[in-house]
Design a protein around this ligand. Sequence first.
Ligand code: PHE
Length: 359
Amino acid sequence: MDISTLKTELVSLIESAEDLPALEQARVSVLGKKGRITELMKTLGGMDPEARRSAGQVINTARDEITALIDRQERSLKKQALESRLAAERVDVTLPARPDPIGHIHPISRTVEELVEIFAAMGFCVAEGPDIDDDWHNFTALNFPPGHPAREMHDTFYLPDDPGETGERARKLLRTHTSTVQIRHMVDHPPPIRIIVPGRVYRSDHDMTHTPMFHQIEGLVVGEDIHFGHLKDCLTRFLEAFFRVRDLPVRFRPSFFPFTEPSAEMDIGCSREGGRLAIGAGADWLEILGCGMVHPNVLRNCGIDPERFSGFAFGVGIDRLAMLKYGIPDLRTFFESDLRWLRHYGFAPSERDSVVLGA
Ligand code: PHE
């Protein structure tokens, strides 16, 4: 075949390749081991020197031209591919933000964050203690002597005795309240003290409003001249900020805890009209927390002089606060890890509630 006819044929073969794989196929059929040009080169061997030289030149030129054409074609196809990808993957910056696909903040975590923020604004620090504690921290040091009937309200789960300890400190248990951290903190820190203690606590209970594990937040303030007025002001401001109600009606009823004297239950005003709970309005009361002035025996057990220092303490169920604020009816569902429940009651990481009561 005439070389220029062959060249025209190959040029149109290469130019008609629509994408990179097609171009590669064309390249192999022309320049590959059995390609048209390669086959042509092989015929040179059978020619006499004179004919070989001139034919060789013609074929080489044709091969160089075809190679250059393939390179050009390749660059242009690559550019085309990039351009169509850019067009297809264009980001529309005018689209509204999509909901966060990462997950949700559990209502308990969210409530703890809110509580910490509210108390931090009042000058409190966060303290923590172990879930596995001992009889001394959970009971005796808190003025529940062995055999005291108040221990019965706090039936819990016991662990094998700690062989490294003796007496009540050897009796290991899952703490029944965060009040253990009152003791742990006071033993290590001299007054003034202003702490809150969020954490898990355990009791052998299980029904719609009780789970064997639940959450409490403890508060403890110790200093000179601390009196019941400080307790009332602090707790009232806390509940107003948490439930976002101004002038929240509150009531303190006498109660008993071995580690506080006097002790009180704090109620907040609410309405239950039409089966709907509304906090801050109406003629009903809702019990919300236990509190009192730290018992002198407790201060003494921690090496603090009750003649010089006084204090107040309180304990609140975090789960209960979350149920009330976010309208969650069954406590058990908090710990079932049902994704549908979490999507419904959980919070987006960006959702924040301000602790400051607006005007
Ligand atoms: N620890 C008590 C309870 O769990 C609550 C409480 C804490 C009461 C601090 C008074 C002071 O029932």
